[in-house]
Ligand binder design. Structure first.
Ligand code: 16G
Ligand code: MG
Length: 510
């Protein structure tokens, strides 16, 4: 099996003049036709990993907001979150190597949970991952169609002993979080929330929450997965946030709140539409809303000392960072793009809040925090933190946290937008052949290489006031270089974006 799949894989790559795959920003992700052998090797690797640690692991089969033809594998470590850098390198090396499976492992048994999204290729890839797990002598358990955060949470919960047998308790995820939400929200929340499910797996699972929460929260679903072949098309958070357009099947009512998930439900934006204007709530504002409440609660107990930090990326609007540090007095820090970097950085604080502007985010806290909150009788905050999915950023759970807060703080989306004013910003991308020549500093706020390109960028920027900035970085998911420019005046931001793009066009291989 191994040799046959490997030969087929190499032949396919050679015919299409492609390199072997890399474990990238969010796992292996490619056109699904290249993924059979990858899935098999991922299955073996994770099976062995489980047998070496005596812990349960997970694999989620999804390509999130990508086109329906793509797919991918995200590995879920025992504690949720993401693999370490070393483990990522090892899995990539294992997939590329000819290493034989027969290996001595520390333990005889291993268990791996495999979840998948609704893509047409997901079912057969799931079967192949399960075969790989079996080849490693471990037990693969098929979770069926689940969201990425649901898969991560089930792995996390089973290792913690919160749940015994996932396979006979698929709804545990829904029950667990609805239960906490119902303890937090006693009276019914006003208004209607429309959730766009990107025609994906999130749209399907929202139904369970909708039914369980019907007495306190009115949810209407659109693009909820009854047309799975239209996954992410004209809908979902990537579409709304990047294209700045309303999703298909939009139902207009000025009193409604709107939320869009991405294809695997780990990303979220809110918005409202009035006077023909679409106003989008991006990740920065979720971080601020969550932090405002946490600060407000902790202020009630000055003797309770907990470190709080907010992790953002270079795409965060500077006005949000300014608000966090100057108005909320909270420490803000940048991490490179990609959930794994933010999630790791958030672990440095007792309470770490991380959000990418595109809507990936979570609050994570250290083990002692809940006990301390209990001790100081901050029961509501304790429940609020318990509500956040500790395994990974979760769009559905972030909706529940947001709905609780908007209701608690008596805010509507307009109020949320008025907390501070974003600086005009522009994000563009340029398709190039050689994106890897671009190197940035760790925070991705400035270019480091090529040096002559950096000098030219500095020359352009020296003509503008210091309050303007531009970031150039190679995408981790596409063959593009991304440019993000920002500053007080929209016309100047446009000019900067234009000049930088012209420079890149003349410098890069297009
Ligand atoms: C992936 C990442 C996301 C990041 C985006 C950047 C995860 C789960 N997802 O979708 O965090 O913002 O890539 O894409 O890590 P880019 O490198 O093409 O800009
Ligand atoms: Mg996603």
């Amino acid at each position: 099996m191994d040799t046959q799949l490997r030969d087929e894989h190499k032949q396919l790559l050679e015919n299409d003049q492609k390199q072997m795959l890399c474990y990238g920003t969010s796992g292996f992700r490619e056109n699904s036709k290249y993924l059979k052998f990858v899935g098999w090797r991922v299955g073996i690797f994770i099976g062995l990993m489980s047998k070496n640690t005596n812990l349960k692991l997970g694999v989620m089969i999804t390509a999130s907001h990508n086109k329906i033809i793509d797919n991918g594998f995200k590995v879920v470590p025992p504690q949720g979150g993401m693999l370490s850098i070393e483990e990522e390198q090892n899995i990539e090396i294992f997939y590329k190597s000819d290493e034989i499976v027969k290996q001595e492992t520390k333990y005889d048994n291993g268990i791996v949970y495999v979840g998948r999204d609704t893509r047409p290729s997901s079912d057969s890839l799931c079967q192949i991952v399960l075969e790989g797990i079996k080849e490693a002598g471990a037990v693969g358990i098929n979770l069926g169609i689940v969201t990425t955060p649901q898969c991560a949470f089930l792995v996390y919960a089973t290792n913690l002993g919160l749940i015994q047998q996932i396979e006979s308790n698929q709804l545990f995820f829904v029950e667990y979080f609805c239960n906490i939400f119902l303890q937090l929200v006693k009276n019914s929340i006003e208004g209607t929330l429309i959730i766009d499910g990107a025609e994906g797996v999130g749209g399907i699972w929202i139904k369970e929450f909708q039914q369980k929460l019907t007495n306190v929260l009115t949810i209407k679903r659109i693009n909820y997965g009854d047309e799975p072949h239209l996954l992410n098309e004209g809908c979902g958070s990537e579409f709304v946030q990047k294209e700045k357009k309303l999703p298909k099947n939009f139902i207009y009512d000025p009193s409604y709140r709107y939320a869009s998930l991405d294809g695997d439900a780990d990303r979220l934006v809110y918005y409202y539409f009035d006077n023909n204007k679409l106003q989008i709530i991006e990740g920065d504002r979720f971080a601020i809303l969550f932090a405002m409440y946490i600060e407000q609660e902790l202020k009630k107990k000055p003797n309770l000392k907990l470190s709080i930090g907010i992790i953002q990326t270079a795409y965060a609007n500077s006005a949000s960072t300014k608000y966090i540090t100057e108005k909320l007095g909270i420490y803000a820090k940048y991490a490179p793009t990609g959930v794994k970097y933010l999630h790791r950085a958030a672990h440095e604080f007792d309470i770490g809040i991380y959000f990418e502007a595109n809507g990936h985010g979570a609050i994570i806290y250290k083990d002692h925090v809940l006990n301390q909150l209990k001790e100081f009788q901050l029961f509501e905050l304790e429940l609020f933190l318990k509500l956040s999915n500790q395994a990974v950023g979760d769009a559905i759970i972030n909706i529940l946290m947001t709905e609780f807060l908007l209701n608690k703080l008596q805010m509507n989306i307009q109020d949320w937008l008025l907390i501070y004013q974003d600086y005009p910003a522009l994000s563009t991308k340029l398709y190039v052949k050689n994106k890897q020549i671009i190197k940035t500093n760790y925070e991705e706020t400035s270019l480091i290489e090529p040096i002559d390109l950096k000098q030219k960028v500095d020359e352009i920027m020296s003509k503008f006031d210091k309050s303007y900035r531009t970031c150039i970085r190679p995408s981790g998911t596409e063959s593009v270089v991304r440019v993000h420019s920002e500053g007080p005046q929209v016309e100047i931001v446009k000019e900067i974006d234009f000049r930088i793009n012209e420079l890149l066009k003349s410098y890069m291989e297009i």
